[in-house]
Each structure stands twice: as structure tokens, then as C-alpha cells.
Design a protein around this ligand. Structure first.
Ligand code: NAP
Length: 676
């Protein structure tokens, strides 16, 4: 058998393993299948290359360019995923596990690609939040912007998800505009290396944006500056060691940590045997114990159930576990593969023994279990092991020792407050699930336990068909947790991207803010073009271009007509006396929607032209009532332009309605789709 030489990709070169290389074994056979590592890797050259070549290339692109790049990359990986599946079996993972790792990683990239296009601008500066008004006359205002860090992101990943672990970090990093150096865990780095090779061969990523360290990282962390970021996933012990590095502390290098976690699942007091929730609970616990042979950061380690239901829960979970086929992950019938290595097996058995000092093992004997198609002596196989802890209030290992394999402990609770106390004993977890059909219980647990968790997952008969599973971090939602879970907050859509950007508050005049943010700010320069803006194409329109309409008087007849026509006969528009009793109105007033409709009639250019559709309104506010006899006029200004396809783009118009005294009565953003 040829031993695979797992290379690093440094400063544009593939570097083979050399001095300091480590052997990597197959999880199934225990044979050495690869080597990785090279002590001669020049970490400073890699950092310089990322900072001077990859960073500028990425920063020259807009968020939309980078989002399109992510989409192309994900689709390219999808076309080549079979080769990654084939290689991944040696990590002990089954085909279903590959779907989580490989397809899950590709899916995460696609979500970031989509969010980048929908929620971020086609620009290099991201505007964060709303304008802050700092002065009486509006000549000095504040806004926050986010721009990419000008250094490099170091991604240090755990062994269990060699593909997802890399892609879920690369997606927000690239979208932010920051180059990355990926350091996978050595045990499974051959899978990551293949994935990197596929990505680089596509030539979709700019030169210097992606480098790979297979094997040890050397002293790379000692060379980091305030423009760099480290995103770590792994054990709490390694996290502590790395985040204590003096360069990281001294230079305030951003350090995000996703560490280990004693996640729990609570069976609600209402979810007793015979309910759909009970069956759902058993199914989820079984899935979390056996997927990836329990080597999942989000796996359920603690099963918290009402005291009277404990025996039934043990029996139901044990019955399911007894039917789980363990063996060679390459076989179709295998439901649970092996741990990643014999070292990992030793570690899991040691940790399980510690848990065994406080809990009785009620299912699974590591000395006696069936394995199909593989050699129990050579492969890193263990059975699922279920423990029962009768005294969870005084136990420590049960709540504090992570056996990173198919090991869970069940414990009873007396009431909801007790369940909350037990779940919080994890000292900060990635996720807890609560299986209940009772919103009151859900609410009590959310208030009592959310502060100790990065994610709470509620499930019941109403949501179970479409729910995504206790163990799945989703790109739309933050992944991470407080305390021993690392204190990190990855993913979460644009929130995840912001980890790789600096937020800067800008205090300036409206003109300067418009120039920096590429979005027109009220108070900055307006200019008129002789032609109506609705006759001008997306490309012809300029930010700040404004149409001011002549005034239109509002009559009582208009209000009555609108009320009758739409059916909106709310008393404030119909009954002067009643309206006067309302603290907000001087008497009978015009409908806000009447004003909006009039505004559209006042600024529209009715003929067929480049405006294709009105696609929505943002931030509508009615600020002052309008009575019969008042008049309104409209200011329509091009605030922002966003390319959407190669045929049309979105124009965001700032619209202000003012009365005869120049007081603002309504303000909003109008969105239209315009042809180029
Ligand atoms: P680990 O032993 O802590 O290693 C994690 C990563 O750190 C690996 O890439 C490892 O590289 C690297 N590393 C270790 N020492 C280092 C050093 N001195 N300098 C630079 N890098 C160093 O964890 P693991 O065994 O791979 O993963 C299992 C753990 O990860 C479990 O505790 C699990 O809970 C946790 N995990 C957490 C999450 C999450 O999102 N919260 C996700 C997955 C896993 P080498 O392999 O080369 O040593």
C-alpha cells in the first residue's frame, strides 16, 4: 500500500512532508496510510504571502463579487465530492457522516454566498446599523462601517469534520475579504488536503487567498498582529494553551474558540411515554450518540428526563442502540463507523471510565460488542455506551468530562427548575435541546438556561417533520457557546462575517458619510438632472440625484373618498371629535397610506421605461399627522444602487414627504428594480 504524503500549500507551492512528519493511521485497519508535517515550513513567508498577495486581491472585490466566488467554489466542490467521500472512509466515517461533513460544508458555503448577495452591499464597505444623529442641524452625524482586516485568518480545525470544519470558516472569511491559512487536525488532514487541491485547481480563488498547513503549525501564532484573526475548533485544553500565546494576548489578536461541550437534551415533563415527543426524544438521542460515532461537538452527552420516566427512557434508547450496526463504514449496512484513531479510542474509554465512577453503565460493553466487516483489534471501534447517574446534583465528571465518542449519561429531574439547574451544570454549552409540546415549559427553560447556551433547540410534534436536528449548526444561526464551549460565535449569517472585519465609527458631515458608505445620507448634496429619474437607466442614475415635486393639497373629500374606496374607516379619519380625544391627532387626519399613494402619484413617470417594478418599502415612518387643508410635497433621491443580475439592478430611493411648513410628515426607502 502506498503511503500518502500529505502536503502543505505555502506561498503558492505544494510542500511535501519532511522532517517532523507524523504518521496517520486508518481508523478501520490501524494501518499507516499517510504522513504529514514539515518542520521547515516557513511560517513567516506564508503570513507575508497572505497579507501581501491574497489580502489585496480579495479586498479589491466587492462583497457581491466574493459571494459569487463562494457560490462558484461550492458548486465546483459539489461536482468533485465523490473523490472526497471515497477518501473520507478511512477517518471511520460512514456515507451518512460524509453527507454532514462534505455536503454540509458545501451547503454552508452556498448559504453565505446567498446572504452575501442579499444582505451585504455590492461595495467594499459594509454599513452597520443606522445613522446616529449627533447634531441639532444634522451637519455632523455618525455611522458604523465594517471593513476587512488587512491581515490573515488562521483557521485551526478539529479532526471530526475535515471538510465542513474548513468550509464553514472559509465562507465568512472570504466573504469578509480576508485570506486564510487552514490548519486541519493531523488525524484527518488528508481529506482536507484533497478538498483544498480541488478548490485551488478550480482557479476560482484569488492567488494567495488560501494556504494549507498539514501537520504542525510551528511558531506561526508568535508572528500574528492586530490585523490577524485566529478561529480555533478543538478541545478546551488546546484552546486555553493557544489563546494564552503572548503574541495573541499582547497584540489583541482576535481569537474565536469553539471548544468542547457537555450538550444536553431535556425531555419535557409533558413528554411522557406514549406521546409523539417521547418517541422523537429517543430518536434524536440515538442519532446524536451514533452519528460520526459520537465525535460531534454538538452531540448529546447528558440526557435529562423526568424522574418517573427514567426507566422507560433507558429501555427505549437501549432498544434502539442494540439495533445499531457497527462496522466498516464502507459497507452500506453499517450505521456507525469507527473513532478516528486508536489514540482517540483510548481517550474515549478513559473518559468513559471517569464517568463510570459516578454513573452505572446500562448499555454497551467495549469488551463485548459486534462489528461487521472489520477487525475489532486493529480498528478504532467502540460501542455506544449509555450511563445512568442516580445522583446528578453532586456528580462532577458527568457534567464536566467530554468523552468524544458515542457516550451519554442519563439523569432524572424532579421539576423544571431542577432540569434547568442540571442543564446549566455543563458550565456553558453549544446546544441544549428541549422536547416539549408545552410553550410554558419551553419559555421557563429558555429564560433559565439560554445564558448558558449558544443554541436552544425546541422540538415537538408540530415541528419534528421539518426540524433540522439537535446536532446541526446552521449557517444562518450562530454556532458557539459560552464558558467551556469556548465563548465563540461562528456562523450566524453576516454576524459570522463581521468576525473578520473591523467595525469603525465614522463621525463626519453627511457628504463625507455618503462618499464613504456609497449610500446617500440625508443632508448631503442633492442634484437635479433635467430628465425625470424614472426615465433614466440603472447605469445612468447617480447617487444623490433628486426629484422635488410641486405640493399637493389634501382635502376632506380626498380623505372621505380614500376611506370609502379602501374600506379603511378608522375613526381618526372619519370622526373629528373621536380623533381629538386621541393623544396623537389634532382632529380628523389623512390616512398614512393615502399620503403614500399620493406621493407615488406625485413622483411617478407613467410611461414605459427603465423602472420595471416597485419591490418594496423599508423603514416607513409617519412622523406628523396631516389634516385636510395641509399640503404635501415629495423629495425622491437616489440613495443606493445594487446590481442584481446582468440585466437589472435595485435602486434604493430615499423618500421624504414634507408639509407646507417643511416639517417631515413621512419618510421611507422605496426599492425599485431598474433595467441597465
Ligand atoms: P484538539 O486536540 O484540541 O486539536 C484541535 C486542533 O488544534 C488540531 O488542528 C490540532 O492539530 C491543533 N493543535 C493542537 N495543539 C496545537 C498547538 N500547540 N499549536 C497549534 N495547533 C495545535 O482537538 P481534536 O482532538 O482535533 O478535536 C476534538 C475536540 O474538538 C473535542 O473536544 C470537540 O468537542 C471539539 N470540537 C469542538 C467543535 C465546536 O464547534 N465547538 C467542533 C468540533 C470539535 P494536530 O491535530 O496537528 O494536533
Amino acid at each position: 500500500m502506498t503511503i500518502r504524503e500529505v502536503s502543505s500549500f505555502a506561498a503558492g507551492q505544494w510542500i511535501l512532508p519532511c522532517r517532523g512528519a507524523r504518521n496517520i493511521t486508518s481508523a478501520i485497519s490501524g494501518d499507516v496510510i499517510a504522513t504529514a508535517g514539515n518542520d521547515n515550513l516557513s511560517v513567516q513567508t506564508m503570513l507575508d504571502y497572505a497579507r501581501t498577495v491574497g489580502g489585496p486581491a480579495l479586498r479589491a472585490l466587492t462583497f457581491h463579487d466574493r459571494a459569487k466566488m463562494l457560490k462558484a467554489l461550492a458548486l465546483h466542490l459539489r461536482d468533485h465530492r465523490q473523490a472526497i467521500y471515497d477518501l473520507s472512509f478511512d477517518t471511520g466515517a460512514t456515507q451518512s457522516d460524509h453527507l454532514i461533513d462534505v455536503d454540509g460544508g458545501i451547503g454552508t458555503m452556498l448559504v453565505f454566498a446567498s446572504k452575501g448577495r442579499k444582505e451585504m452591499p455590492d461595495a467594499q464597505v459594509y454599513l452597520d446599523g443606522e445613522i446616529e444623529h449627533l447634531s441639532h442641524n444634522g451637519t455632523f452625524i455618525g455611522h458604523h462601517i465594517c471593513t476587512p482586516l488587512q491581515g490573515v485568518a488562521i483557521h485551526i480545525n478539529a479532526f471530526n469534520f475535515p471538510v465542513w470544519g474548513m468550509l464553514e470558516k472559509l465562507a465568512p472569511t472570504f466573504l469578509a475579504g480576508v485570506p486564510a491559512i487552514v490548519k486541519p487536525a493531523t488525524n484527518s488532514c488528508y481529506v482536507t488536503e484533497l478538498c483544498v487541491k480541488i478548490m485551488l485547481a478550480s482557479e476560482i480563488i484569488p492567488t494567495g487567498a488560501l494556504q494549507l498547513v498539514s501537520g504542525g503549525l510551528g511558531d506561526m501564532l508568535d508572528h500574528l498582529t492586530c490585523q490577524d484573526a485566529v478561529a480555533f475548533t478543538g478541545s478546551a485544553d488546546t484552546a486555553l494553551k493557544l489563546r494564552s500565546n503572548s503574541s495573541i494576548l499582547g497584540n489583541s489578536v482576535r481569537f474565536t474558540s469553539e471548544a468542547d461541550s457537555l450538550n444536553a437534551s431535556i425531555l419535557g415533563p409533558d413528554a411522557l411515554p406514549g406521546t409523539p415527543e417521547f418517541d422523537l426524544f429517543v430518536k434524536e438521542v440515538h442519532r446524536e450518540m451514533t452519528t460520526k460515532a459520537g465525535q460531534k461537538c454538538t452531540a448529546i452527552r447528558r440526557i435529562i428526563a423526568p424522574e418517573p420516566a427514567i426507566d422507560a427512557v433507558i429501555e427505549a434508547i437501549s432498544t434502539r442502540l442494540s439495533k445499531t450496526i457497527i462496522g466498516d463504514p464502507r459497507l452500506d449496512i453499517t450505521q456507525m463507523g469507527a473513532l478516528v484513531s486508536s489514540d482517540q479510542k483510548r481517550d474515549v474509554l478513559e473518559k468513559a471510565s471517569l464517568i463510570g465512577t459516578e454513573a452505572e453503565r446500562v448499555f454497551g460493553d467495549p469488551e463485548n460488542f459486534n462489528i461487521v466487516g472489520a477487525d475489532a483489534e486493529r480498528g478504532a471501534f467502540v460501542p455506544p455506551m449509555l450511563y445512568h447517574c442516580a445522583k446528578p446534583d453532586t456528580a462532577t465528571h458527568v457534567h464536566g468530562t467530554e468523552a468524544f465518542g458515542p457516550v451519554s449519561t442519563i439523569m432524572g429531574y424532579s421539576d423544571t427548575a431542577h432540569a434547568i439547574k442540571l442543564v446549566n451544570k455543563g458550565q456553558g454549552s453549544l446546544v441544549a435541546s428541549v422536547i416539549t409540546h408545552d410553550p410554558k415549559i419551553a419559555c421557563e427553560i429558555a429564560i433559565g438556561a439560554a445564558a448558558f447556551h449558544g443554541r436552544l433547540y425546541f422540538n415537538n410534534r408540530d415541528s419534528m417533520k421539518e426540524s433540522t436536528g439537535h446536532g446541526s449548526p446552521l449557517p444562518h444561526l450562530t454556532h458557539g457557546g459560552p464558558g467551556r464551549a469556548g465563548g465563540g460565535e461562528e456562523l450566524g449569517g453576516v454576524r459570522g462575517v463581521k468576525h473578520y472585519m473591523q467595525r469603525t465609527s465614522i463621525q463626519a458631515s453627511p457628504d463625507i458619510l455618503t462618499a464613504i458608505g456609497k449610500k446617500w445620507v440625508p443632508g448631503s448634496k442633492e442634484f437635479q438632472d433635467p430628465s425625470h429619474p424614472f426615465t433614466r437607466t440603472f447605469s445612468e442614475l447617480n447617487i444623490g440625484e433628486t426629484l422635488n415635486t410641486p405640493p399637493r393639497k389634501i382635502t376632506l373629500n380626498d380623505i372621505a373618498h380614500f376611506a370609502e374606496f379602501t374600506g379603511d374607516t378608522f375613526y381618526a379619519h372619519m370622526d373629528d371629535e373621536a380623533a381629538r380625544r386621541n393623544p396623537f391627532f389634532p382632529g380628523r387626519v389623512a390616512h398614512g397610506y393615502l399620503l403614500l399613494s399620493f406621493a407615488a402619484g406625485m413622483f411617478v413617470e407613467p410611461n414605459e421605461g427603465p423602472v420595471l417594478a416597485n419591490t418594496g418599502l423599508n423603514g416607513l415612518r409617519f412622523m406628523k399627522p396631516v389634516s385636510a387643508g395641509d399640503s404635501i410635497k415629495v423629495r425622491l433621491t437616489v440613495a443606493k444602487k445594487t446590481r442584481r443580475t446582468d440585466k437589472y439592478g435595485e435602486v434604493c430611493w430615499h423618500v421624504t414627504l414634507t408639509n407646507q411648513d417643511d416639517e417631515i410628515v413621512a419618510e421611507y426607502e422605496l426599492l425599485t428594480m431598474n433595467s441597465y
